[in-house]
Ligand binder design. Sequence first.
Ligand SMILES: NC(=O)c1ccc[n+]([C@@H]2O[C@H](COP(=O)([O-])OP(=O)(O)OC[C@H]3O[C@@H](n4cnc5c(N)ncnc54)[C@H](OP(=O)(O)O)[C@@H]3O)[C@@H](O)[C@H]2O)c1
Length: 268
Amino acid sequence: MKVKVAILGCSGRMGRNLIQAAHEHESIELVGGSVRASSSFVDFDLGELAGIGAIGLTTSTQLSQLTDADVYIDFTAIETTLENIDWCQQHKKALVIGTTGFSDAQVAVIEKAGAVMPVVLAPNTSVGVNLMFKLLQVTAKAIGDYTDIEIFEAHHRFKKDAPSGTAVKMGQVIADTLGRDLSKCAVYGREGITGERDRETIGFATVRAGDIVGEHTAFFADLGERIEITHKASSRMTFALGAMRAAFWLSDAENGFYDMQDVLGLKD
Ligand SMILES: NC(=O)c1ccc[n+]([C@@H]2O[C@H](COP(=O)([O-])OP(=O)(O)OC[C@H]3O[C@@H](n4cnc5c(N)ncnc54)[C@H](OP(=O)(O)O)[C@@H]3O)[C@@H](O)[C@H]2O)c1
C-alpha cells in the first residue's frame, strides 16, 4: 500500500522538488500541499507548481484541509514548522522536518513531540550527507584528537541561516565523538589578530554565493598531511528523494524522535 504524503511549504524551492519526487515515487501517493493564505499560489495545481504539468491536486492553505495524509513533509520556515508540529501533535500525525536553523530550545520542543507522534528532524535529507556523518565519526575517532578540525560550507545567495544546519550537525557529530562541547569549542569565522589556533576548537567558514545548491567539507589537518571529507549536492532533488525515504520509513515507525541515521540504519 502506498504511503500518503502532504508537502508543507509546497511553493518553495524545496517544495517544488518534493512535489515531483512524491508524484514520481512508486511507494508514495501525493495527497496535497500547503501554501500561505496570502500566497499567489492559492488553489494552484501542484503539478503546475513543480513544472511537471497538471496532476489534479490543488494547494491548500490549512493543514485541516490535508487530513488524508499519513506523513507530512515540512520544508518551510522555523515559526511555521513549530506551528505545524503543534497541529501534528494534536492529530497524532507523522512529520518529517527538513526546515533548518532551530535553536537548542526549539529542538527540545521537537524532541518532546516525539513522545506522541513519530518525527524525523533532518537538517539534511541527502543520503550522501548522512553517510558523510558516519565517515566523520570514523575519522574523528581515528585522528580527531591530534588534527585541526575545520568545517567549510557554501550555499546559494537566498539561504537565510548560517552556518548551515548540515555544517552544525557535522560539528556536533565530531564534537560528540571527541567528547567536546560544541557550544564551547566552535569558532564561527575569524578576523584580525586571532592568535595561534587552539587544537581543541572546531572552526566554521561560510560562503553565500549565486546558485550553489550545497557544499560541505570537513578538514582534519596535521603537519604534512590532511584529510578532507567533502559532499557536493548538484540538485535539490537529492534532498527531496531523501525526504521521501524518510517519509516512507516514518510511516511504519513508533512514536519517537528520529534522524536520518535512524532512517538509513546507520546508527551503531
Ligand atoms: N533538510 C534538507 O535537506 C534541506 C535542503 C534544502 C533546504 N532546507 C531547508 O528547508 C527550508 C526551506 O528551504 P527552501 O530553500 O525551500 O526555502 P523557500 O524557497 O523560502 O521555501 C519555503 C516555503 O515555505 C513556505 N511557507 C512559509 N510559511 C508557510 C505557511 N505558514 N504555510 C505554507 N507555506 C509556508 C514559503 O511560502 P512563501 O514563499 O509564501 O513565504 C515558501 O514557499 C529552509 O529552512 C532550508 O534551510 C533543508
